[in-house]
Each structure stands twice: as C-alpha cells, then as structure tokens.
Design a protein around this ligand. Structure first.
Ligand SMILES: CC(C)(COP(=O)(O)OP(=O)(O)OC[C@H]1O[C@@H](n2cnc3c(N)ncnc32)[C@H](O)[C@@H]1OP(=O)(O)O)[C@@H](O)C(=O)NCCC(=O)NCCS
Length: 129
C-alpha cells in the first residue's frame, strides 16, 4: 500500500532511542512528527503564526519498527475562521521487507492562527479573503 502521486511532508528513519518498553517506536515520537508534518502543510496556506490546538482521531493502526522508513503525508481538510485542519497519514516501509508499505497511523490536527498577544486571529485577511 502506498499513497501514490504525492510527496510526503516529511520522511524519517526512527532509531533505537525512539522506542518504548516493548522495543517498537514510542507513540509520542510519532505524534511529534505528525505535528511537524501538519505544520508544514499549514505553511502552504498561511504565513501567520500558528499553534497546535487539537489532535483528533489519532489512530495507531500498526506498530513502527526501528529502521522503518516512515513517511508523513498531509492534506488540507478545512479552513475555518481562525483554525485550519490537516489530515496526516503515516506509512512505514518495513526495514525487514523493502518496498512493503503499511499504513501505521492517521490523525487530524487543528491549528489556530494567533497574534502577538496569543489571541486567535482570522486565517484569511478579511479585507482580502
Ligand atoms: C490556541 C488558543 C489561542 C485558542 O484559544 P481559544 O480560546 O480556544 O479560541 P477559540 O475558542 O476562539 O477557538 C479558536 C478556533 O479553534 C477551534 N477549536 C477550539 N477548540 C477546538 C477543538 N477542541 N478542536 C478543534 N477545533 C477547536 C474553534 O472552532 C475556532 O476555530 P474557527 O475560528 O475556525 O471556527 C489557546 O487555546 C491556546 O493558546 N492554546 C495553547 C496552544 C499551544 O500551546 N499549543 C502547543 C504548542 S504549539
């Protein structure tokens, strides 16, 4: 399984330092990369300062193993007034089986645009939507 026709926002190989007590990749490490990948997607749509508001429907579908090549694919879900939502699909190319891909995690991440006082501001300039 692959996500054809698209380039991932980021692609990483995870290391032994990224593991949990079972020896597979710690979920928090994957969440961190999801946040970075989704923020890169947001940068295509606004130059405003943004913060992570919520991560919805994070589903760890299958484990990630040390040495897997892990790709984070992103797409815009919706743009609200002050928020923007991005879907992230995570796929691993197995280190033990090159060219074999597994969808390992999915999430939707919500960002909010903020001003210098950390208050929400419109994503789009209302005079120039
Ligand atoms: C981001 C922050 C300024 C927003 O403040 P707030 O009082 O929640 O703002 P609002 O209630 O006006 O909501 C802002 C937007 O977020 C959306 N939102 C709020 N809670 C949400 C949730 N749980 N899930 C999805 N969207 C949500 C609102 O619908 C609104 O979007 P819209 O304008 O497009 O309709 C504030 O919550 C904050 O500073 N949070 C900490 C951010 C942070 O430190 N992140 C981690 C590091 S980047």
């Amino acid at each position: 399984m692959t996500t054809p026709g698209t380039d991932p926002a980021i692609r990483v190989v995870l290391m032994p330092k990224d593991t949990n007590a079972h020896g597979t990749i710690f979920g928090g490490v994957i969440l961190s990369h999801i946040d970075i990948a989704a923020a890169i997607e947001v940068r295509k749509h606004t130059a405003k300062k943004i913060v992570t508001k919520a991560m919805h429907e994070v589903v760890f579908v299958a484990p990630v193993f040390v040495g897997d090549i892990v790709s984070f694919y992103t797409s815009l879900v919706r743009t609200g007034r002050t928020s923007i939502t991005v879907k992230v699909i995570v796929e691993a190319e197995r280190v033990s089986h090159p060219y074999e891909y597994a969808r390992v995690t999915e999430a939707e991440v919500v960002y909010v645009a903020i001003d210098d006082n950390r208050k929400p501001i419109p994503i789009r300039d209302e005079a120039n939507p």
